[in-house]
Design a protein around this ligand. Structure first.
Ligand SMILES: *Cc1c(COP(=O)(O)O)cnc(C)c1O
Length: 347
């Protein structure tokens, strides 16, 4: 693979973009009176939040083993997903390649940005990613490839060898979405960020951290790519309450490990119960995430039956390669028991 200049991957208008300059970013030094940003002097939330979330990123950098300059924080992962299109893909001209089935937001964001979305089917039943298939779909206008590992909704980790083949064989941006990595028994690609300048790793506070309501996602990449994210994102994209609450959660990071281990234990227990005792379950796919993809004899019937008992699952029956499958989130032991009991009577 010959070396690729980042400039050749970025939309020309974005490369040339002169970003908005926040009032607070323009002064240096110590100040006591802030009369620069047209804020109101009264109230608890009267000040604009830190646009670059420096204090928060310092804590994240320590925990994740990266530099603060390699982190962008977004309003959920949705924000970096959308920004990746807006930064790299010229509407109506460029395209992206993704695996299928996978997380639906990659396609929605492609459609809203008028970017062609090409899909490479995963292998049937194993849901393995076949890198040659993805590479074969790429042409000179393919700017981004999407890999989700562990994958939603199939639950499996994508093999590091397959991802490395893409990193070495594709000259554009490779995104690895690791929303569920804390439930997997495998290292994050963050460790290899310095090796691959066109790699973007996405993580989130919504799953293992249990903070979906705060809307905070993380993108990790080279300093050069993060600088572009920073000029395109809304200046104050992470509000003050979210910054504060995420910062507090980071001070209690050990709690997160314990909870992730608990959910992984429950995942094993639920998988065994479903496999051994529930007649309407045909197969429980191996999972590296906090959910199980379960093949039922009749997914629509099982879904409706559970719903009557107040249990809502995700019916993936109409998703490619997931016929008759429900995606079932692992809850606490009580919730999981209700789920299992609810499936006993299903034929
Ligand atoms: C849940 C999930 C996310 C997280 O989205 P947020 O916007 O951060 O809540 C990202 N990617 C995948 C594949 C997911 O399943």
């Amino acid at each position: 693979m010959q070396t690729v200049n980042l400039k050749d991957l970025v939309r020309p208008n974005i490369w040339a973009l002169e970003p908005y300059s926040c009032a607070r970013s323009e002064f240096k030094g110590e100040a006591r009176f802030f009369l620069d940003a047209n804020e109101n002097p009264f109230g608890e939330y009267n000040r604009y939040p830190d646009p670059l979330q420096v204090a928060l990123k310092e804590k994240i950098a320590k925990i994740k083993g990266v530099r603060t300059s390699q982190i962008m924080l977004g309003n959920g992962s949705d924000e970096p997903i959308d920004l990746i299109y807006r930064i790299f893909c010229r509407p109506g001209v460029d395209n992206v390649v993704a695996m299928c089935p996978t997380y639906g937001m990659y396609k929605v964001a492609a459609d809203t940005n008028d970017v062609e979305y090409r899909e490479a089917m995963l292998e049937e039943e194993t849901f393995a990613l076949l890198p040659e298939k993805m590479l074969a779909l790429a042409d000179q206008n393919t700017k981004v490839m999407w890999v989700c590992s562990p994958n939603n909704p199939t639950g499996n980790l994508i093999s590091p060898e397959a991802i490395e083949t893409l990193l070495n064989g594709f000259g554009g941006i490779l995104v690895v979405d690791e929303a569920y990595i804390d439930f997997a028994d495998s290292p994050s690609w963050l460790k290899r960020l310095d090796e691959f300048p066109r790699l973007i790793v996405l993580q989130t506070f919504s799953k293992a951290w249990g903070l979906a309501g705060l809307r905070c996602g993380m993108a990790f990449a080279s300093e050069e790519i993060i600088a572009i994210f920073n000029k395109v994102k809304y200046p104050y994209n992470i509000n003050m309450l979210t910054q504060k609450a995420v910062s507090e959660a980071l001070d209690n990071a050990r709690l997160v490990d314990g909870r992730a281990r608990y959910l992984v234990g429950e995942r094993k227990r639920v998988a065994e119960c479903l496999t051994m005792f529930i007649d309407c379950v045909e197969h429980v796919y191996p999972s590296d995430a906090n959910f199980l993809l379960v093949k039922m004899t009749n997914a629509d019937a099982a879904y409706a039956h559970l719903l009557e008992r107040g249990v809502v699952t995700r019916n993936r029956n109409r998703v490619k390669l997931c016929g008759n499958c429900l995606r079932i989130t692992i809850g606490d032991d009580n919730e999981n028991d209700v789920l299992i009991a609810g499936l006993v009577a299903v034929k």
